[in-house]
Design a protein around this ligand. Structure first.
Ligand SMILES: NC(=O)c1ccc[n+]([C@@H]2O[C@H](COP(=O)([O-])OP(=O)(O)OC[C@H]3O[C@@H](n4cnc5c(N)ncnc54)[C@H](OP(=O)(O)O)[C@@H]3O)[C@@H](O)[C@H]2O)c1
Length: 173
C-alpha cells in the first residue's frame, strides 16, 4: 500500500483518550479539525478512508454514521458483524488492502486497542495529535509516542470552555 496513513487522536496530559467508550470532553473545535482533516482531499475524485475499532464505530450516534464523504472501515473479530454503510474487516491488513486508487489518505481513528496495535507499523506516516492541556478521568489511553516520530509540527491551537489544546503533526524525521 502506497497511501499515507495517519493516526488521528485527541489526548490529555496523561495520554488519556476516553472513558467508558466515550471521550470525557466536548471540544467542538477539535471535532471540526477532525471532520476537516479526515474529509478533505486534494483530488476531488478521491475520498479518504477512516479505520476504526468496533467499539468506536458503535459510539458514533447512528444518525452520524457512516461518517459522510469518507470510506468507513470497521475492525472486528466477530464473524458476522454488520455495520450499515461501512466495510467490516477482520484484520488491519485487510483494512489496508481496501486502499485502492479511489482513496487518497488513510486515517486510523481509534480506539485505544487499534492505536496500540498499529502505532509501530511501518505504514504509519504520521500522527495528528490534539494535545489537550488538562488531565481528565480516563480509562483508555494512547500509547507513548515512539521516538521515531521525532518531528513535531504545530498546525494550530484552539480553546473550548476554557480548555486549551494544540494540533500537532508528529512525523518521522
Ligand atoms: N480521544 C480520541 O481521539 C479517541 C478516538 C477514538 C476512540 N477513543 C476512545 O477509545 C476508547 C475505545 O477504545 P477500545 O480499545 O475500547 O475500542 P476500539 O479500539 O474502538 O474497538 C475495539 C474492538 O475493535 C476490534 N478490533 C481491534 N483490533 C482488532 C484487530 N486487530 N483485528 C480485528 N478486530 C479488532 C475488536 O472488536 P470485537 O470485540 O467486535 O471483536 C475490539 O473489541 C473509548 O474510550 C473512546 O472514547 C478516543
Amino acid at each position: 500500500m502506497n497511501h499515507p496513513v495517519f493516526h488521528i487522536v485527541a489526548i490529555d496530559n496523561n495520554n488519556g483518550i476516553g472513558k467508558g467508550d466515550l471521550m470525557p470532553w466536548s471540544l467542538p473545535g477539535d471535532m471540526r479539525f477532525f471532520q476537516q482533516k479526515t474529509t478533505k482531499t486534494d483530488d476531488e475524485n478521491k475520498q479518504n478512508m477512516v479505520i476504526m475499532g468496533r467499539t468506536t464505530w458503535e459510539s458514533i450516534p447512528e444518525k452520524h454514521r457512516p461518517l459522510a464523504k469518507r470510506k468507513n472501515v470497521v475492525l472486528t473479530r466477530k464473524k458476522d458483524y454488520q455495520a450499515k454503510g461501512a466495510t467490516v474487516v477482520h484484520s488491519i491488513e485487510e483494512a489496508f488492502d481496501l486502499a485502492d486508487n479511489s482513496i487518497e489518505r488513510v486515517y486510523i481513528m481509534g480506539g485505544a486497542s487499534v492505536y496500540a496495535h498499529t502505532i509501530d507499523r511501518p505504514e504509519i506516516t504520521g500522527l495528528y495529535v490534539t494535545h489537550i492541556d488538562r488531565i481528565f478521568d480516563c480509562d483508555a489511553f494512547y500509547p507513548e509516542i515512539p521516538p521515531v516520530f521525532s518531528h513535531a509540527e504545530k498546525l494550530g491551537e484552539d480553546e473550548d470552555n476554557g480548555i486549551p489544546y494544540e494540533f500537532i503533526l508528529h512525523t518521522k524525521a
